[in-house]
Design a protein around this ligand. Structure first.
Ligand code: DAT
Length: 176
């Protein structure tokens, strides 16, 4: 695969089941690296990059083409942390690192319950984590050596993950 390395700062995708800590991790990482944090859920709401509301899943029906069009220039420029619970519709060439956060089921269950999830929305997300759906999706969508799974059960995990990723960003070099 030919990487698009005209950018001189890397792009990172932080993905995982809702509640695994994507936004918390991305926010801390953006602070320590000065990369730009792009929360896809917020972007979709703010710029209305959706095709309405899904009553059953209780979320916007994201318009993937509109999202990709919206982000193309920023991604080409580099220096982005993209935070989203899906990863298979972004162009492969956008990302230098794909981070899949993973959380123990019981811990995730408590976090999502606290967030007000119940019924199908809660069980769908717990199943998504049990079956490692995001890790499989990432492995199928990106070169294996760019995908890393990190556990996100505790605050200490976040601190360690942010430190590891910050080092990785500092050492990243655009290839010639
Ligand atoms: P996501 O963006 O993946 O949906 P979040 O960052 O909004 O997740 O976190 C959801 C909640 O769980 C929030 O209250 C912070 C907490 N949390 C996330 N990761 C954690 C971790 N590794 N340790 C402790 N709490 C965590």
């Amino acid at each position: 695969m030919v990487q698009d390395r005209r950018r001189n700062r890397p792009n990172i995708l932080i993905t995982g089941t809702p509640g695994t800590g994507k936004t918390t991790t991305s926010t801390a990482l953006a602070e320590s690296t000065q990369l730009r944090h792009i929360n896809i859920g917020d972007l979709v709401r703010e710029k209305k990059l959706h095709d309405g509301w899904d009553d059953e899943l209780e979320c916007h029906i994201i318009n993937e083409d509109l999202v990709c069009d919206e982000l193309e220039d920023l991604m080409e420029e580099g220096g982005n942390i993209v935070d989203y619970h899906g990863c298979d519709f972004f162009p492969e060439r956008w990302f230098d690192r794909i981070v899949v956060l993973q959380t123990e089921n019981s811990v995730l269950y408590d976090r999502l319950t606290r967030r007000g999830y119940s019924g199908a929305k809660l069980s769908n997300n717990i199943e998504c984590e049990i079956f490692q759906v995001l890790l499989e999706e990432a492995k199928e969508s990106y070169p294996e050596d760019t995908v890393v799974a990190l556990k996100s059960n505790t605050i200490e995990d976040i601190t360690t993950n942010v430190a590891t990723l910050t080092d990785w960003v500092r050492n990243w070099q655009p290839s010639s």
